[in-house]
Write a protein that binds this ligand. Structure first.
Ligand code: SAH
Ligand code: SF4
Length: 378
């Protein structure tokens, strides 16, 4: 049986090398060949002991993901659709900016949370990705980009776990992948340049704080429980008060002194000035001291059959203005790569295994979203 070396963080690789009778420093060399130099041919890892080079081909592989398609946007955004077998595909998106290059990485094929406004959620859940599948997205994107852009230095400087899936519902595969991203012998990214985005899996937020405290983004989308229950069904299990408590507990461990709240702007659903004021009140007063945070307003990216529309530009701006004037730094996310459907929530329109998707869509059509007027904050 061969193992996939993309499945290992450095400790895992060390244990594997020890099984082959090799010392830790050999594991470090091998790890650097893979993640720093992008080498996948063991015979070309010239400074590895010959004994190890000879043992590796029969003991290990580096499983890359077949690329089903690659699309390049006019704005430099690149989207890959990767085949993960069994009729499933996941996407990764590279977003270049002046001072950084961000890769948006998927953690699951589909997603079980089923948010009302998310195309991944509408497709249902197929399966968790392995650590190797999460890291293969990064490895393949990074070393493709170095070649494509004729660069020898690192191209991807930031990773956001904001592709398909809920990363904190795939915790055991996620954490070793994060460790490889952070490892100085791996990608060497600082903790503030790796962001896990979650819809609010409270117990796993506490574990992440202990195991691998990277930057945290929390998908809020509503300022009260009745509305959030409808938009993010996980809210019924972990309501806002518990979620915000978990944010407060996370902060002392976090690499930044704030949490980023994401808020998808949905026309006539969660976008009124009253919602903005209720949100402001919530984050400023929760638990007595509030939650230090920044808010990122995401214009909703429509997809077929969503039955939802993005809030008009002026409404998004007014919403942001209320928050900013109330003292909470709020930005409006630029939409990137929308000519190739690479914007948030448009990912993997092409997933093939649509587990229960038809049934879920039918249920949604029967239960149209109710618009709940928020209480005016005191
Ligand atoms: N499951 C995690 C991470 C993946 S989704 C989470 O929910 O946080 C990444 C971000 O894209 C989330 O903030 C999500 O709410 C947002 N998103 C999903 N669908 C969207 C859409 N159609 N338009 C805009 N943002 C969307
Ligand atoms: Fe899953 Fe995130 Fe989409 Fe919600 S927004 S369905 S948690 S991927």
């Amino acid at each position: 049986m061969t193992v996939n070396l993309f499945d290992f963080d450095l400790d895992g690789l060390t244990a594997f090398c020890e099984q082959l009778g090799e010392k830790r420093f050999r594991a470090v060399q091998l790890f650097r060949w893979i993640h720093q130099k992008g080498e996948s041919d063991f015979s070309r890892m010239t400074d590895l002991a010959r004994s190890l080079r000879e043992k590796l081909p029969s003991a290990a592989t580096l499983n890359t993901l077949p690329v089903l398609s690659r699309q390049d946007s006019a704005d430099g955004t690149i989207k890959w659709l990767f085949d993960v077998g069994g009729g499933n595909a996941v996407e990764s998106v590279f977003i270049p900016e002046d001072d950084r290059g961000t890769l948006c990485v998927s953690s699951q094929a589909g997603c079980a949370v089923g948010c009302r406004f998310c195309s991944t959620g509408h497709q249902g859940f197929s399966r968790n990705l392995t650590t190797g599948e999460i890291l293969a997205q990064l490895w393949q994107a990074e070393f493709f980009l170095r070649q494509h852009l004729k660069r020898t230095d690192r191209v991807i400087t930031n990773v956001v776990m904001m592709g398909m899936g809920e990363p904190l519902q795939n915790y055991s595969a996620l954490v070793p992948a994060l460790r490889v991203m952070l490892d100085d012998h791996g990608y060497g990214l600082s903790r503030r340049r790796v962001t896990v985005s979650t819809s609010g899996v409270v117990p796993m937020m506490d574990r992440l704080a202990q195991d691998c405290p990277v930057a945290l983004a929390v998908s809020l989308h509503a300022p009260n429980d009745p509305l959030r229950d409808q938009l993010v069904p996980l809210n019924r299990k972990y309501p806002l008060a518990e979620l915000l408590d978990a944010c407060v507990r996370y902060l002392p461990h976090a690499p930044r002194d704030f949490i980023t709240f994401e808020y998808c702007m949905l026309d006539g659903v969660n976008d009124t000035p009253e919602h903005a004021r209720e949100l402001l009140h919530l984050v400023k007063t929760h638990g007595g001291r509030g939650v230090p945070c920044k808010i990122n307003l995401i214009p909703f990216n429509p997809f077929p059959d969503s039955g939802l529309k993005c809030s008009p530009r002026a409404v998004v701006q007014r919403f942001g203005q209320i928050l900013n004037e109330g003292g909470v730094v709020t930005t409006i996310r630029k939409t990137r790569g929308d000519d190739i459907d690479a914007a948030c929530g448009q990912l993997a329109g092409d997933v093939l295994d649509r587990t229960n998707a038809a049934q879920r869509m039918a249920q949604r059509r029967e239960a149209p979203i109710r618009i709940i007027r928020p209480e005016r904050p005191a």
